[in-house]
Design a protein around this ligand. Sequence first.
Ligand SMILES: [Zn+2]
Length: 245
Amino acid sequence: MHRLRALALATGFSLAIAIVALFYVWGAFALALAATQWFAGWMGETIAAFIAAGLLVVGCLLAAQAAVWARARWDAHAGAARMARRRRDLEALRRDPARAHWAPLAERRQVADPATVARWESRYRELLAHPRRRAFAARALEGEFLSDAQIDFLLDPSRRVTCAHLQPVEQALRAAGAPMTVGEPGFLWTEWSLDGPRLLREMPLPGVHWQVPAAHPRDPQPGYLRCPACGSRIEGGFGASFPRA
Ligand SMILES: [Zn+2]
């Protein structure tokens, strides 16, 4: 029923826009024609042609303005429809006992479409069913959907993801309590800013390179430690400096 009404509204809008645009174009054309005929008999054809051209230009400008107005109206209408749908989705979510536990997150994120909530629920159940990762199910409810690799990394302090040559740095970051993100094997990211030259001086890191991407004024890139032999790397961010001064 809602969809039918939206369709009818959309059709009505399109029709109204077409009629307004047609009216403008036709009006400009008729004016130009009338002016041409009037001036042709009275002042000569050259001036009449100039006037007609001028009127046509005015007509085109008016038509363009009408199009802009119609577009703005249409955007406002589409935005209102989106908001109404979100409100309906959220209400349906609150009323559904099987999914209501997602209502706070949906409200916070302003997202409640059934496909997204189904994705959240599926990940939540996956975590609950796992003997160790279930400890992170409650964090999913809060909107923190960590990957399996990240959870396993957090659960096991002895776990290392980088190659043997980079592990002294990984271990030191762990010991210092650095916030770290893991994903693909061999790759580690920390928001702390790495002092690469100092790490290379102070730790045994055979074959490891410190690399700083070319300077870019608007989008500066942090440096990273890389082991070319293993393709492993530790990337820093712009947070506190590590090791500490
Ligand atoms: Zn290596």
